[in-house]
Design a protein around this ligand. Structure first.
Ligand code: NAG
Ligand code: NAG
Ligand code: NAG
Ligand code: NAG
Ligand code: NAG
Length: 242
């Protein structure tokens, strides 16, 4: 009997929480509503005017809580999300509760909302090899280009183009916004430099360790022996994978 009553009590309690009776609206602030892909989203939840207690604040995206923090009395709570992905775009707002609730059960919109737009940070460009043959010890030159000009409003600073091998930047050069291209040179190539290369332009962000760079438009560099001696024919393969 006691077990049944306890069960009923817990059920009713959960039901109330699901009904949103313990969830209250808070305010959200953010300095930017545009965040570059790979950058940091920083928003502040404020319960000022709603409570003077230390409460649990929840950051909601599209009406569902995604993060929770226990606040201190009369203090705003800041949420930071690093290395944001394109799918983080959405309608952000803040709610709070006096008791800690299970995050997946917290839904709703706060007093106000901010639509956060994740903007593109990388542009994968066309890539070609300028020289058809690259023997050991010489330079391999890559030509990276776009057919459309980049949105200049995206970056007021210098734009950098990176040569990517195995998802990692190996060379960098300044992007020529007039000619919509740049040349990247690998000097004094060794046998190990053979492989698949891509070119990516960074608009709003600098590369960081652990960044994921796709390689969907590629060229394949082959390195031949010093004087053409040996088994490998001097050959440079060109390939575009789309
Ligand atoms: C966003 O996409 C990444 C992979 O591209 C995935 O790991 C992550 O769970 C997604 N996040 C959301 C909120 O959908
Ligand atoms: C964000 O959510 C609010 C509350 O549901 C809604 O009124 C508003 O239209 C949404 N805005 C966008 C841009 O989706
Ligand atoms: C680089 O490639 C682009 C597009 O393929 C081409 O128009 C341009 O002339 C090339 N630049 C050089 C210096 O070869
Ligand atoms: C850049 O300009 C385009 C076209 O006018 C616009 O759609 C885009 O939102 C702008 N981006 C930024 C970061 O201002
Ligand atoms: C390469 O990948 C990026 C990111 O996934 C995508 O935006 C772009 O359209 C792709 N390009 C091609 C030519 O497939």
């Amino acid at each position: 009997m006691v077990g049944v009553l306890l069960f009923a009590y817990i059920t009713v309690n959960l039901f109330l929480k699901c009904q949103g009776q313990t969830i209250h609206q808070a305010k959200i602030y953010s300095e930017n509503s545009e965040v570059p892909e790979g950058g940091r989203l920083e928003v502040t939840c404020s319960t000022f005017g709603f409570t003077v207690k230390a409460v649990y604040s929840y950051l909601c995206k599209n009406g569902k809580a995604i993060l929770m923090k226990k606040g201190t009395p009369r203090q705003d709570t800041t949420f930071k999300i690093e290395r944001i992905e394109m799918n983080a775009s959405g309608n952000y707002s803040c709610v709070f509760s006096e008791e800690q609730l299970e995050i997946t059960k917290v839904t709703g919109y706060g007093q106000n909302y901010i639509f956060i737009n994740v903007i593109e940070s990388f542009i994968y460009t066309q890539i070609t090899l300028l020289k058809p043959e690259v023997p050991v010890g010489s330079d391999a030159e890559f030509n990276c280009s776009t057919s459309k000009p980049l949105h200049k409003n995206l970056s007021k600073n210098m734009i950098w183009a990176y040569l990517i091998k195995n998802g990692t930047p190996v060379e960098v050069n300044i992007w020529d916004t007039e000619k919509m291209m740049t040349t990247l040179t690998l000097r004094d190539v060794r046998i190990e430099d053979a492989g698949t290369y891509s070119c990516v332009v960074f608009l709003n962000i600098l590369p960081y360790h652990g960044m994921r760079l796709h390689q969907n438009i590629t060229v394949n560099l082959e390195i031949t022996g010093k004087n053409g001696r040996g088994q490998t024919k001097k050959k440079l393969q060109f390939r575009v994978i789309i």
